[in-house]
Design a protein around this ligand. Structure first.
Ligand code: GUN
Length: 321
């Protein structure tokens, strides 16, 4: 490694976000990176509050999905920790679509609220598309409204509110590329997964940075070969350890968006079978081939909430103009 390369590597890891795995790959610590983002958001929010604008986030949960309950609680808590006005609506699973739309309308008109998040999935009786489209695009901190998806697709990142998981993935990718002394411009990138929430916006973000972008998915003919061409792999398929280590091109950067719960070994304190979280990439295999990789848990996951806070702050700032 040249001296310049070593300097860049050191510069990229100065916040402690990149660390050795003991194998070839550097670990990209999403928990650390999220703490850096949250600290910046908290400082910025304080100066906005001093100007008379307190960022406000409303989170709506319909029903009692246990995973959603955990996510929503974390989002509300993070908003409080950033000094925001934070409100949470816990609605019963039998809430009508009309009542949910009425709440969204009320929050759209509430000047103390700058961000509205309707936790997904919604109960089957509610048309999720209709609800997400009812959220004012200016308060759409999830970035799920077609207006924001449109802004992202035409590359208007000044105005777009970008979905939190791909936005957080880009922050981690940038840290890794800086540490490795490489650049996204012209890089071969492969996004595995074509969801509206992660795959498609991730591809748009990569394109906006001049990467060459392939979107692969469940119908892609030769997935190992496609993944094997990539300098950057973003895995967002939601299938545990589907992407094997020997598919990865040596020296590639791997961003694993998957969070899959699988059976573990033995029983927990309550006598229930243990479970563990794994990504969409076979992590242990990939460590000896990738140059840098996000772990699961502790990679992209923590960044999603941090970027939600960053989006809420942005929405609050934009509300001034
Ligand atoms: N459910 C799982 N992830 C998300 C997310 O990022 N936003 C919302 N609104 N619901 C989700």
């Amino acid at each position: 490694m040249t001296l310049a390369k070593q300097d860049e590597r050191a510069a990229g890891s100065e916040e402690g976000i990149l660390r050795s795995s003991g194998d070839k790959a550097l670990l990209i610590d999403g928990k650390k990176a999220s703490e850096v983002v949250l600290a910046e958001v908290t400082i910025d929010a304080a100066s906005l509050i001093a100007q008379g604008i307190k960022p406000g986030l409303a989170v709506i949960l319909v029903g009692e999905n246990p995973a959603s309950q955990v996510y929503v609680k974390s989002k509300s808590k993070a908003a409080q920790a950033c000094g925001f006005h934070s409100v949470q609506y816990d609605l019963s699973a039998t809430t009508s679509e009309a009542d949910l739309l009425a709440l969204v309308d009320q929050l759209n008109g509430d000047p103390a609220i700058h961000g509205i998040l309707v936790q997904l999935p919604l109960p089957a009786a509610i048309n999720a598309t209709r609800v997400l489209e009812r959220v004012s695009p200016l308060k759409d901190v999830d970035g799920f409204h077609p207006f924001n998806a449109g802004l992202l697709s035409i590359g208007d990142l000044e105005r777009a509110l970008v979905p939190c998981t791909p936005a957080g993935s880009m922050v981690l990718l940038d840290k890794a590329m800086a540490a490795l002394g490489t650049d996204l411009a012209g890089a071969e990138t492969v996004v595995v997964g074509r969801s509206n929430i992660v795959g498609k916006p991730m591809a748009q973000l990569l394109l906006s940075r001049n990467a060459t972008v392939t979107i692969a998915h469940s119908r892609t003919r030769n997935l190992p070969e496609t993944v094997g061409r990539a300098d950057v792999v973003v895995a967002a398929v939601g299938r545990p350890e589907m992407i094997r280590g020997d598919w990865i091109k040596p020296g590639a950067v791997v961003i694993d968006v998957g969070i899959n719960r699988v059976p573990g070994e033995g029983l927990n304190a309550q006598g229930q079978p243990k479970t563990r979280l794994v990504g969409d990439v076979a992590f242990a295999e990939a460590l000896s081939r990738a140059a840098a990789i996000t772990p699961v848990p502790g990679g992209v996951g923590p960044m999603t909430i941090a970027m939600l806070m960053a989006n809420t702050l942005r929405a609050a700032k934009l509300s001034r103009s």
